[in-house]
Design a protein around this ligand. Structure first.
Ligand SMILES: C[S@@+](CC[C@H](N)C(=O)[O-])C[C@H]1O[C@@H](n2cnc3c(N)ncnc32)[C@H](O)[C@@H]1O
Ligand SMILES: Nc1nc2[nH]cc(C(=O)O)c2c(=O)[nH]1
Ligand code: SF4
Ligand SMILES: [Mg+2]
Length: 245
């Protein structure tokens, strides 16, 4: 049951502890709460099971308390980083969950494309904003993105995480970094073989992803873009397209 005071959270999956595989918190033990539903449809999304409404029967409306109890069970009650991802977690009412967890010493990171802002962003410990480059076939609303930064009030640790597939994406990443010189930048090579319905754990072109990673390293070093950090999706290197890790 959900209630008016603490509305329900649409959950796709809760898993971990595993390690954070991407960006500023890479390598850190983390429990993931992946919410269901997204306002974007990136061409290469690796989490369609939390985006596409065809999977909505696998999503569950849970009270913040029920989500919290699952996090407690997975972590054995020992405070750990909780990553709120999705889908777009910003469209879910996560403020109460964050308050509840903070009361017991847990920390919260949010991963979002920056299309929807919420006042509770200021309560996060880490805010990772991942605006989407041209290869995604999405268009960035920079005013909406700015609103996310305003909502956060510079309280959480913040970072930009950009997926790069090609030259156009790289140019977009440079532009995004120049817009927000105060934010550290993490570049990650795109996985052009993400899971797709009927092929969830299927073929993944590791060699192709690593070639793109090498190309990206060459680009930033040749450009003397010395503030950028280039990282692979570590969980993809370890487990491919496997879900729940
Ligand atoms: C699945 S998204 C969920 C959170 C939010 N919707 C977002 O996009 O930031 C988590 C991260 O995975 C990245 N991602 C999604 N598909 C990818 C792919 N095929 N290759 C590399 N990164 C990918 C996104 O860009 C984002 O940084
Ligand atoms: N280990 C691990 N690290 C991740 N970093 C971002 C993820 C995501 O899908 O949001 C993710 C994920 O699904 N697993
Ligand atoms: S914004 Fe994130 S979850 Fe939504 S479609 Fe794009 S990559 Fe997938
Ligand atoms: Mg992922």
């Amino acid at each position: 049951m959900t209630c008016a005071l603490h509305p329900g959270i649409r959950v796709s999956e809760i898993f971990g502890p595993t390690i954070q595989g991407e960006g500023v918190l890479i390598g850190l033990p983390t429990v993931f709460v992946r919410t269901g539903g997204c306002d974007y449809r990136c061409s290469w999304c690796d989490s369609l099971h939390a985006v596409d409404r065809r999977f909505r029967h696998d999503w569950e409306m849970m009270t913040p308390e029920a989500v919290w109890q699952k996090v407690i069970a997975l972590s054995g009650g020992q405070p750990v980083m909780v990553s709120l991802s999705g889908g777009n977690p910003a469209i879910q009412p996560l403020g109460h969950l964050i308050d509840r967890g903070h009361g017991e010493g847990y920390r919260f990171a949010l991963e979002s494309q920056g299309s929807v802002s919420k006042q509770w962003f200021a309560d996060l410990d880490v805010l990772v904003l991942s605006p989407k480059p041209p290869s995604s076939e999405m268009t960035t609303d920079w005013a909406a993105f700015d609103a996310c930064l305003e909502a956060a009030q510079a309280k959480p640790q913040m970072a930009l995480k950009l997926v790069v597939f090609d030259e156009d994406d790289y140019a977009y990443a440079k532009d995004a970094a120049a817009r927000y010189p105060q934010l550290p930048v993490y570049l990650q090579p795109g996985n052009h073989t993400p899971p797709r319905p009927g092929n969830e754990d299927g073929f993944i072109d590791f060699a192709g992803v690593m070639r793109r990673m090498e190309w990206l390293v060459e680009k930033v070093t040749r450009d003397r873009w010395f503030e950028a950090r280039v990282l692979p999706q570590l969980h993809v290197l370890l487990w491919g397209n496997k879900r729940g890790v």
